[in-house]
Design a protein around this ligand. Structure first.
Ligand SMILES: Cc1cc2nc3c(=O)[nH]c(=O)nc-3n(C[C@H](O)[C@H](O)[C@H](O)COP(=O)(O)O)c2cc1C
Length: 448
């Protein structure tokens, strides 16, 4: 097995040479070469363009090729490698795609009867790919315009290598891709429960956006959440346009983090698809039912939590936005939601630039009951919740200079805050006309 790493691009959109960009302590090209050498690949060839900066010392041979089309780089690599059975083509853009994959690719190729092996993550094909030596002639043929031509020519000779590394689908193209790759490399590899316990809502963000491919991966993963009767009554509208985010922020109580986050996700309870399904079978959706509405909202909530958790697992951070229900009809219009779809909550998402004091939670005993609900122990737990909230306020004032730009009242515990928020004596804020708005959006909320 030989490997050809194509590294001929200038990295114009990234603003730097991809091969030399740092991921952790090492450059991308060093990382890739090491992965292939560690997997037992005997000869690794890196193809550069004329005039490209010198690479650090590598356990690989470096060749220069012009013009720097991908296929030309592969041809130059083929000319450089000696006798071989298979050759892997790995564009340097797929900086993390060799992790766990190089090793599996080498072992898989040793066993397969196929002629082309393409790495595949949950059914989607990406990079790298490996080809049998006999296919070199097709690659070298002047009528072949791209490697894709060779792969597509005869599907019978291609097989997918299933891997779980999402980076086989994600290239490093823009600065935000590099931010994502670095966050991925630096993230702690930890059990999901530990990730959950590290959760904090994040409200300040770096300027780089969330790469499209990353957002797609996150939502694609989140949609495997459990769903009532397979309804999948959720949808999400991702808003990146600054002008639209600004209008959304205005509708969401003017929250600064909604305005500043590079992405706003409108997580929707969506019965429109059920309506379409009914229409196909001469039925009418029962969208007037309170229970169906609740099912859609529960589906959306579980889906949204999955999004947040998947995002946090990649080093992103965000804040759910209940204020997205302050003006549901106006928000629905802005997002062009069809009937029977409402934004259940929003999410401001991006690369965190804050370091908030974790808010902790009330004692477990107030949440986990054994066989029957034990109301007797709640008084002590509520005292503890009060103390926890005051401690959080003190630490937030001391270390962050307050919360959202304002000093937090250190006297107020959890119970007094809840009473101020939810006590019937306090005039209802903002959402008094929610029922009317929901009915306008096509949810009858009927209980009979
Ligand atoms: C459905 C939902 C709606 C929320 N709405 C808002 C909001 O509009 N603005 C905001 O700043 N935080 C909002 N939050 C975040 C909560 O304030 C936050 O989760 C809570 O204070 C606990 O803090 P933590 O998430 O950092 O642990 C919301 C959270 C949830 C789950």
């Amino acid at each position: 097995m030989r490997a050809i790493i194509t590294a001929g691009g200038v990295g114009a959109r990234l603003g730097e040479d991809k091969a030399l960009a740092l991921l952790g302590e090492r450059t991308i090209v060093e990382r890739l070469v090491e992965r292939y050498r560690a997997a037992g690949v005997e000869d690794v060839v890196v193809v550069r363009r004329t005039g490209a900066a010198e690479l650090p010392p590598l356990d690989a041979r470096v060749f220069v090729c012009d013009p720097p089309e991908m296929i030309d780089s592969v041809r130059a690599g083929l000319a450089a490698i000696g006798e071989h059975d298979w050759f892997v083509v790995h564009p340097v853009d797929y900086a993390l795609a060799a992790d766990d994959v190089a090793d599996r690719l080498v072992r898989f190729c040793a066993d397969t009867a196929a002629e082309i092996v393409v790495s595949e993550c949950f059914g989607r094909r990406g990079h790298p790919l490996a080809l049998r030596a006999e296919l070199a002639a097709e690659v070298l043929d002047a009528t072949t315009e791209s490697l894709r031509d060779v792969v597509r020519r005869d599907p019978e000779r291609v097989v997918g290598l299933p891997v779980t590394n999402p980076w086989i689908l994600r290239d490093i193209d823009e600065p935000c891709d590099l931010v994502a790759a670095r966050a991925f490399v630096e993230r702690p590899v930890e059990p999901v429960a530990s990730l959950m316990r590290r959760h904090r809502s994040r409200r300040r963000f770096r300027p780089e956006t969330v790469p499209d491919a990353q957002l797609e991966w996150i939502v694609d993963s989140a949609r495997y959440a459990a769903t009532s009767s397979m309804m999948q009554a959720y949808a999400v509208v991702a808003v990146r346009d600054a002008g639209r985010r600004d209008r959304i922020a205005t509708l969401c109580a003017d929250q600064r983090h909604v305005r500043e986050a590079p992405v706003f996700l409108a997580v929707c309870a969506d019965l429109h698809k059920i309506e379409l399904a009914c229409a196909r079978h001469a039925a009418t959706i029962h969208a007037d039912s309170l229970d169906v509405f609740l099912q859609a909202v529960i589906d959306a909530a579980i889906f949204g939590q999955n999004i947040q958790l998947a995002a946090e697992s990649e080093g992103l951070g965000g804040c759910m936005i209940g204020a997205a229900r302050n003006h549901p009809v106006e928000l629905a219009e802005l997002l062009e939601l069809p009937a029977h779809v409402v934004v259940a909550f929003g999410m401001a998402l991006g690369w965190p630039a804050d370091d908030p004091v974790p808010r902790g939670r009330m004692p477990l005993g107030a949440v986990l009951h054994d066989e029957r609900y034990d109301a007797d122990r709640l008084a002590a737990d509520l005292d503890a919740a009060d103390a926890g909230m005051r401690a959080w306020a003190r630490e937030t004032n001391a270390t962050q200079g307050g919360y959202g730009g304002r000093e937090v009242n250190e006297e107020r515990g959890w119970t007094d805050r809840m009473a101020r928020l939810w006590g019937a004596e306090v005039p209802e804020k903002g959402r008094a006309d929610l029922v009317a708005a929901l009915r306008q959006l096509g949810f009858g909320l009927r209980t009979d």
